[in-house]
Design a protein around this ligand. Structure first.
Ligand SMILES: NC(=O)c1ccc[n+]([C@@H]2O[C@H](COP(=O)([O-])OP(=O)(O)OC[C@H]3O[C@@H](n4cnc5c(N)ncnc54)[C@H](O)[C@@H]3O)[C@@H](O)[C@H]2O)c1
Length: 436
């Protein structure tokens, strides 16, 4: 343990990050900038090739940063052999849900299986993916046992959930201003994790791995439930002809007891729609129901349909029918200034519109990745178009689903016939603007 601790302090360790996506890649860049040798391992050859060509595949990371990282010695590979030569292994692979909303842990078990043949004494294994309480030990202790390695003595097992919020410019892994929760199998494991992560950010220690795993779920369930609540308040306010955003703005002037959450067209991304169900699944094993989780999910799930209902009313006001209309979706990623389309409400909205057989197009300046774009266009019948006067004039209505900062809002306001605004971006009241 002292040997590894000294090596971390002297920046002599080698770190392998497995899974260099939205979480893993920024983490690699942060450790590189702090002077550590970092290897990025990913099974996605496109990502490996992209890094080798000095190109970023994440909107919030500039290609210049990749170039700089390579000049600092960043190496990427899909070969797990490199694990045998590193000191720290950090796992950042996906933890999605199956269609029946139970956790798909196949990426975690596949990773554990792959590293099994290369782990050895004096290494630290850290899991950062979001998982249910108990999963770190469930998946990683057996591979240590198989290699006759004693956890906490030969190999150090740690869980540290990631809190990255891609597109958020104020709090980033790069700035090191998001405190990190850490815990480990034993006191030594926690001590080593503290030594490592305190090089890149502030840390918060909790006594057990299970507590750290639960804390991450607590944070995201809290968010999904509060969004569900504020979405329900939006439905009530809209019916009463009250602007929910004005009410939230006023309510948040209360200096205590109120934390603002904002309504929208539905949940998206890899965390908020997913993580609550990871807990639901685990709670059921203890004979417990997660009623808040299921109720808020139901409300949030209804939001894409609500946007369509508002659109139908808006078209009706101009004597148009949805099935004969041409609709433009503004923003396809699930959150603003991001290119992440996972679970995006825009895709839900388009697939509902596709059932009505109206003509649907979308515009998203953040979606530049051609192969991924082709995949979306296969799943939904809609094409990406450039936002300009000529294009805007062609549509019967525009729905602002994702309010990217680089949209030209004056242009949209001037040339759209109808605007369904799911984000309260057009605060000037015009007859053609419908808040959804
Ligand atoms: N995206 C976020 O904002 C965010 C925030 C906090 C926590 N998380 C959690 O972090 C984890 C990773 O999320 P992400 O958004 O970075 O996912 P991602 O899909 O962007 O990246 C995961 C990467 O892992 C790779 N991968 C999958 N299986 C692999 C394997 N067996 N070997 C090597 N590489 C493999 C994939 O190719 C992909 O590049 C998830 O558990 C997620 O819930 C994500």
């Amino acid at each position: 343990m002292h040997y590894l601790k000294k090596k971390i302090i002297n920046k002599k360790i080698k770190i392998a990050v497995i899974g260099i996506g939205y979480v893993g890649l920024p983490l690699c860049l942060r450790f590189l900038k702090k002077g550590y040798k970092v290897y990025g391992i990913d099974r996605d050859k496109q990502k490996i090739d992209s890094i080798k060509r000095k190109k970023s595949y994440i909107a919030s990371i500039d290609s210049k940063e990749i170039k700089h990282a390579l000049s600092l010695g960043f190496q990427v590979t899909n070969n797990f052999k490199i694990i045998s030569s590193v000191d720290v292994i950090i796992v950042c692979v996906p933890t999605p849900l199956y269609k029946n909303k139970t956790p798909d842990m196949s990426y975690i078990s596949e990773t554990a299986n792959k590293i099994k043949n290369y782990i050895k004494k004096k290494q630290m294994i850290i899991l950062e993916s979001t998982i249910y309480p108990g999963a770190t030990e469930e998946f990683f202790l057996p591979i240590l046992k198989k290699n006759k390695l004693v956890p906490g003595k030969d190999v150090f097992l740690v869980y540290s959930p990631e809190r990255e919020d891609p597109g958020n410019k104020n709090f980033t892994i790069a700035k090191g201003n998001i405190p990190k929760i850490i815990s480990g199998f034993s006191f030594n494991c926690i001590d080593l994790a503290e030594t490592l992560y305190s090089r890149i950010t502030k840390i918060v220690k909790v006594s057990t791995i299970k507590t750290a795993e639960f804390t991450k779920l607590l944070e995201n369930v809290y968010r999904s439930i509060n969004i569900g609540f504020v979405n329900e308040m939006k439905l009530i306010a809209n019916k009463m002809d009250i602007n929910i955003h004005e009410a939230i703005k006023a309510a948040k002037t209360k200096p205590f007891g109120f934390h603002a959450f904002y309504p929208g067209p539905g949940l998206g991304g890899h965390c908020i729609p997913v993580d609550p169900f990871i807990l639901t699944w685990k709670a059921k094993k203890f004979g417990l129901m997660t009623r808040f989780i299921e109720l808020s999910a139901k409300i949030n799930d209804g939001m894409p349909q609500y946007a369509i209902d508002v659109l139908k009313k808006a078209l009706h006001d101009t004597k148009k029918k949805l099935n004969k209309s041409k609709i433009l979706i503004l923003g396809i990623s699930y959150k603003k200034n991001s290119d992440d389309i996972r679970e995006s409400p825009s895709i839900r909205i388009i697939s509902i519109l596709n059932k009505f057989k109206c003509k649907v197009f979308f515009s998203d300046p953040f979606l530049k990745n051609k192969p991924e774009l082709r995949n979306i266009e296969k799943k939904i019948h809609a094409k990406n178009i450039i936002l300009n006067v000529r294009n805007l004039k062609k549509f019967d209505a525009s729905i602002l689903v994702t309010d990217h900062d680089n949209f030209d809002y004056n242009l949209i306001k001037k040339y759209s016939k109808i605007i369904v605004d799911c984000r309260n971006r057009f605060n000037k009241k015009l007859n053609k603007i419908y808040l959804a």
